[in-house]
Design a protein around this ligand. Sequence first.
Ligand SMILES: *Cc1c(COP(=O)(O)O)cnc(C)c1O
Length: 479
Amino acid sequence: MRYDQARWTNDEARYEPLLSEKSTTEVSTDDSPLPDDLTRDSLALPDLSEPELARHYTRLSQMNYGVESGPFPLGSCTMKYNPSFTEDLAAHPAAAVHPDQPTRTTQGTLELLFGLQDYLGRIGGMDAVSLQPPAGAAGEFAGILVAKASHEHSGEGQRSEVIVPESAHGTNFASAAMAGYDVVSLASDDDGRVDLDALEAAVGEETAALMLTNPNTLGLFERDIEAIADIVHDAGGLLYYDGANLNALLGQARPGDMGFDVMHYNVHKTFATPHGGGGPGAGPIGVTAELAPFLPSPQVERSDSGYEFVEPDHSIGKVHGFYGNWLVLVKAYAYIARLGDGGLEDASAKAVLNANYLAEQMDFEVPFEPFHHEFVASAGDRDAADVAKRMLDHGVHPPTTKWPEIVSEALMTEPTEVESRRTLEHLAEAFNAVADEDDETLAAAPESTAARRIDQVRAAREPRLSWQSLGEYTGGRTH
Ligand SMILES: *Cc1c(COP(=O)(O)O)cnc(C)c1O
């Protein structure tokens, strides 16, 4: 299929001009009620008609690729289509509460938060939930702080190590290190799962926790999870569940039943909410009853007089302002309530079916099986980044690339449950078409997008963080 992204060109520059480049007018600040030394003499503001404004934003959206443009099989990210009714609810005037409002005026808000704590607890098999962390990584950090507080409380503060499998997401290593732990990396066995002998050898009196996701980042279920839990618990450590792959388990199995003590939920992955560009998200954490006293504060409880905020006895304190990313939580609540038990179970079953249906048609090799909701193909002797860029020319978003490193030139692919059989076949055709193309074509890709391939090294070393017209840009660092 041919794909051409809109290019609203301004001469040779391939971009839609900024509003202030289109037309501005000088606005006087003479009438400003602010003191003179706090105001500018005049201000150039964009001066456009309403249709011009609407067209500007429509054009920008046409230069972008989103989940409403086509499939978005970004492995581990669970980029499912987000039903607009969740957005409607988040935009509802009743959702616009001020965080400092007295709780007697926000009982509906608290009821929703309480309901979500309950839903997530039941979905994960956890006894208590805090909704405060604003992302999965923030949930990991909070969860590890909870584990640390519990060790310290029981006189085990000497435990100084967190074990993380080498296939884990980078945030696992970072969260453990930020919480002050030494990170012990754990090798995988030949099947791509936790190597039990290596785990036996790694645990000891220093072990505070093992962080694990299940299915793991290769999409493989850790079949020995009960043995893993025993090894860690026998050594006095806690088991942390990275919930990014929960989309494979909804209604099928629960981390709490597998022996996990603490987990985070990436509600912006599993329960809708777009999270491109780094946000916004929410990363609630769930814990067993033993760890509940250490949860971040506040939590919502129900009493005879209504809903109220409470601070757990030995709380690690706040990890975010107020109650977390409220509107993301509204969307998660709405999504779960709409699907219900049966719908959630069905979503996971279809996510697994879709991943397997897609992989079955792929020419690229998939070294590790049987996988669940995602799989990691190998681009073989091709550069996975080139494959990814070229897929855009075929009208689909590429998978996650070059991670996990266990698979060389990894193409980590997660179609999610929302895609139809037709779309999965189209995705497979795109993968296979790229597999047949020559290296030169791949290296020159993408050619049909509004922005071509960027110089990633230069973008990182010389970031342009404020706007300059192209004429002014000298290539130096700006702030
Ligand atoms: C996305 C992800 C995270 C981090 O979650 P954020 O919400 O992006 O902070 C952690 N682990 C895995 C496996 C992930 O895919």
